[in-house]
Design a protein around this ligand. Sequence first.
Ligand code: FES
Length: 373
Amino acid sequence: MSSGENREPTEAELAEYSRDELVRLGGQLDGVEVVHNPDPWPVPGTRAEKRAERRTALWFTLSALAGLAFLGVFIWWPWQYRAPGQSGYFLYTLYTPLVGATLGCAVLFLAVGALYYVKKFLPHEVSVQERHDGPDTPAAQQTLLAQLADAGARSTIGRRSMIKRAAGAAAAVFGAGLVVLPVGGLVRNPWKDPNSEDSLWRTGWHSPNGETVYLRRNTGNPHEIVKIRPEDLDVGGFETVFPFRESERNNPEALSAAFTRSDNPVMLIRVRPGQEVVKRAGQEDFNYGDFYAYSKICTHLGCPTSLYEQQTGRLLCPCHQSQFDVFHYAKPVFGPATRSLPQLPITVDADGYFVARGDFIEPVGPAFWERKS
Ligand code: FES
């Protein structure tokens, strides 16, 4: 191709062109004038070039290491809630900061590596171009592809295997982190040992040795034990209660754990005398007189359903506005929840304190993939 040629080449001529010629032709067709196009490393293999290459690879390697640290923290760090004073509290408090710091570093180092590579290895070309309208001709399309390929070749990424490996590792680890982040929280096998005290079929109200489980008031002090009697609750009132066993009276860890276990909170509700309540089939004797105990954990996504309106008997979950009808075995009547709140069977012992007659007879909380509503 001769320079200054105004005629567009035919397809047969284009097929004969080298990539450099196509690049030049593309510039001419687009009215582009390259003003300044220095090679960043005119003498290949200098110490400065090697240093720049090592630095770029270092940033990508740091990103990969931070990504691996994020995966490790997210999967293995002790994340279960610990109250102040409980063993493991300090490690628990580090969980969220470490997840944020490691993921943030992985993203930051990846970005710094990419910026450093662009700054050090891509040609810093300065070009001037006239604007034009209308669709591109075949020649313009082919020359554009040639220009892109040329830009890739001139970036010298093809021969920089250290940077390619480090960047590939960083991108792979970062990608794995993006998958683990949303999926990791969903991985729990509900069928793994259903008899375990931590399974979805057991709550803190379960009593494997038959010991009496009392309904306990939350006074804000995990070590203060206040058991509840029917006269403690006003007509139409309600209170959140937690399980308590006499064997745990002098065990501060167990007393705190009763408040922190997520499936333990129960709403003890006293309906007005004479209020007609529809009971669920098979659970006709779960209440004690006008007292009904329902799990406080919303069956939609597990928020606490703590807003009770005694006139209508509606329990409201503030998260997505599900409403449950306490006068109708706490079945959902509004919002996204589809299951009734599980009911705890209760009675009163010889001393007049509320006790649980057993654990819930169904899993507490949100539905899961194998659960039938
Ligand atoms: S968690 Fe209760 S409505 Fe969504």
